[in-house]
Design a binder for this molecule. Sequence first.
Ligand SMILES: Cc1cc2nc3c(=O)[nH]c(=O)nc-3n(C[C@H](O)[C@H](O)[C@H](O)COP(=O)(O)OP(=O)(O)OC[C@H]3O[C@@H](n4cnc5c(N)ncnc54)[C@H](O)[C@@H]3O)c2cc1C
Length: 495
Amino acid sequence: MADQTFHYDVLIVGAGNAACSAAHAALDKKAKVGILEKASRHNRGGNSALTGHMRFVFNGLEDIRPLVKNATDDELRVLLERMPHRTEAEHWDEVMAVTNNQSDQEMLQVHVTESRNTVHWLASKGHDWTPSGGFKMPSDNILLMNGGGYGLQQRNFAALEKAGVAFHYETAATELIQDQTGRVIGVHALTPAGFVKFTAKSIVLACGSFESNPEMRARYLGPGWDMIRLRGVPFNTGDGLRMAMHIGAMPHGSWTTCHASPQDINLPPYKIPIGYSTEGSYARYMYPYSIMVNTQGERFVDEARDLRGRTYAAMGSAILTQPGGIAFQILDAKARKMDIYPMNYDKATTAKADTLEKLAAELDINVPNFINTVREFNGAIQPGEFNPDRHHLDGKCTAGLPINKSNYSLSVEEGPFEAFPVRCGMTFCYGGLKIDAKTAQTQHVAGRPIAGLYACGEMAGGLWVGNYASGSGMMAGATFGRIAGTNAALAALQS
Ligand SMILES: Cc1cc2nc3c(=O)[nH]c(=O)nc-3n(C[C@H](O)[C@H](O)[C@H](O)COP(=O)(O)OP(=O)(O)OC[C@H]3O[C@@H](n4cnc5c(N)ncnc54)[C@H](O)[C@@H]3O)c2cc1C
């Protein structure tokens, strides 16, 4: 095998959602497609196979009807009462709000305006969506991908294999090959049998960011990030970024910030996508209804400055900077009575006590500080109705605290009290490569496009800075994956 050379029109590195979208698009143009995947066939799927939903523009029944097979029009109308639309302007504004107006505007324009087309295109490839289960599901959208990202990826693999795409598993790309003109013409990859050379007319890099690489995390994100645990796969070690930057690809976007969210204290070091489960998830996203304290018994963040789907990706960093890198979500008996826990909290690491003193003592939280924090918090809650609506802020805030809570302020006064210890879980990094938003072609530091080289998914930088809106990674992966695959194939078939 080591002496073999494989040749394709379009060679795609990685087999996540961005890669599979690129493959579908390249097939649409009749290109011969090969895919290299570092993981084994059993462990395939990437972070994409661990996801739940995509965030896209829609307006009413007309837009979501073609996506959903397992619900009637009437059921979808009821669903739409929760959230009737996400217009292009609303979507643009929320990304600009979460990124503090720092999202790359050319990228965002494409991301927003192509999102509806892209989900309908995915439906034409055999994908479908299902109504999200409301409160019991840890999702922010009214629709989930059927079977989650795991289902999406299973359908992708089946369809692409059937269409003749050649998958090479346990094949890690290590180096890009260029010709004398600087055009990228292939990839060296390491397999269990040794190095293999792959040549192609166009190469699409879709092999994730550097979230699984402790050295790169420490280098770009800073102290403490080397030791964090991953929410996802251990395979995204920045290989594509390193290979591309080695030949002069321009880095882009925020390399010092990343997506990281509150996770159960017992989050394993990484996760392999071997089945779909939301119940088993370690995500601990009740914090907007809780107060979060550190081991000093102090609040350190506004737990509900915005909707959960627009704050959770920044909450991991806030927790990491606390003593020991941990925090506790504290709720009283009212939350149980209101039945607002998502179902994955059934398996959460937890402590429960009749008094706040006992709860704090059990968890080694500074007791007097904690009692004081809770007393001050309860006393600062302003009049108004608590409403744990996922899609609308309730405005029930505190006033006069050093760190106020902007919404969902539920007093902590009725035992038994519950505490959920949480840590920072790394999702993916925002730093990536500079691509042309219209073609997904990578850009050279000299200011020219790199012939033959495209990038998409986590590898494309610029959209996310400091924060993110839930469901955007999969949407961006599909949108720019489709664009990359289309343009890579067009260029390949013209050459
Ligand atoms: C637990 C979890 C839940 C999430 N939930 C959501 C959600 O609900 N909605 C959402 O939009 N986003 C979600 N995300 C983020 C989302 O997973 C990513 O934004 C998205 O999957 C990125 O897609 P991708 O194709 O770029 O990367 P991936 O799906 O990670 O694919 C990259 C692939 O490249 C392979 N690879 C790496 N290096 C090499 C190499 N050298 N050679 C060959 N192959 C290589 C990897 O093995 C992997 O299969 C979640 C992430 C996690 C971890």
